[in-house]
Design a protein around this ligand. Structure first.
Ligand code: PBG
Length: 333
């Protein structure tokens, strides 16, 4: 028998339906409540001007040029969404991902534009090489394989250039071993000791990233990411990844994707006191949008249920393409 059953009355004295009788009662005993402040909104930034290209498999999400960003920042401010996560689509790709750590790179420019438009917006940058490399892998290739240690310096350089451009936080998503330590050391050596690291710690090799790779043009040109991203069946390994990142200096940790990994989130929540983020990824968004458009599901109710579930499982912060919709729906009540 469960402890809670022994400690409480049983039917007919106990009737759990009593507290579900009216909306007001249900609200009073609600354990998890979403707020716009829970969200981080991803943005895809591209070169050019006047660009607002909708991403086919992510309806309502766009590749945006820099001139579109001030209006975006204003909309987020108005909706009460405190933070963005930036991804860049470079002008050129090469084997070592040069635009990733170019001070005039697209993300660096986007950081400056956004911070100028709204200094209060928390600008977080995704730190990875895959959008910038010609081969589409998250590190540099040596002898046909993604070389861990040679990638670290480039990842640190990327994080430093983002921070120098004014990023409030950097978020490494590459899954190289030792990247958090390399980035922390790199930042600290440049005097950027106040810039926190949100580590994509338990990041799985997931098919749910499909639409994102189209959006960011970052699909690997050969092979896949299984030699660096985690194997989906593993959960104890996720706890080791998180522990390592914390030991290396991560300030916030993340589980990604979210929906098929709620057990990982719940275990991480129990094991670590650190702020915990969940990434409600592109494929999760695409499925809800597609079924909603077909009229097969109630998009609004499904979205709220999914995101409430992610928070209930233990996420303090949710990175989600649904963020603006949710903020609007919460306002409508
Ligand atoms: C870059 C990166 C990816 C995502 C976030 N950062 C893609 C990948 O690892 O292939 C996925 C985000 C999403 O699907 O919404 N490494």
């Amino acid at each position: 028998m469960l402890q809670t059953e022994r400690a409480t009355a049983l039917f007919p004295t106990a009737r759990l339906r009593r507290l579900r009788r009216t909306d007001a009662l249900r609200r009073m005993v609600r354990e998890t409540v979403l707020s716009p402040e829970d969200f981080i909104y991803p943005l895809f930034v591209t070169h050019g001007s006047g660009v607002r290209d909708e991403i086919a498999a992510m309806p309502g999400q766009y590749q945006l040029s820099l001139d579109q960003l001030p209006a975006e920042a204003e909309e987020l401010r108005e909706l009460g969404i405190p933070a963005v996560l930036l991804f860049g689509i470079p002008a050129r790709k090469d084997p070592v991902g040069s635009e990733a750590y170019d001070d005039q790179g697209i993300v660096q420019e986007a950081v400056r534009t956004l911070k100028q438009a709204n200094p209060d917006l928390v600008v977080i940058t995704d730190v990875c090489l895959c959008e910038y490399t010609s081969h589409g892998h998250c590190g540099v290739i040596v002898n046909g394989d993604v070389d861990n240690d040679r990638s670290l310096e480039l990842l640190a350089d990327t994080a430093i250039s983002h921070a120098l451009a004014g990023a409030d936080m950097v978020a490494p998503s590459d899954m190289m071993d030792g990247r958090v330590a390399a980035i922390r050391q790199g930042l600290d050596r440049r005097g950027l000791t106040g810039v926190p690291i949100m580590a994509y710690s338990a990041k799985y090799a997931s098919a749910f990233y499909g639409p994102f790779r189209e959006a960011a043009g970052s699909a690997p040109q050969f092979g896949d990411r299984r030699s660096y991203q985690m194997d989906p069946p593993n959960v104890r390994e996720a706890l080791r990844e998180i522990a390592q990142d914390i030991a290396e200096g991560a300030d916030l940790v993340m589980v990604k994707p979210a929906l098929a990994y709620l057990d990982v989130l719940a275990r991480a929540r129990e094991a670590f006191p650190h702020p915990l983020a969940a990434y409600n990824v592109s494929g999760e968004y695409a499925m809800v949008k597609a079924a909603g458009r077909m009229g097969w599901i109630d998009e609004r109710r499904i979205t709220m249920e999914v995101l409430t579930g992610i928070k209930r499982a233990g996420a303090d912060l949710i990175i989600s393409y649904h963020a603006k919709d949710v903020a609007r729906w919460l306002r409508e009540g």
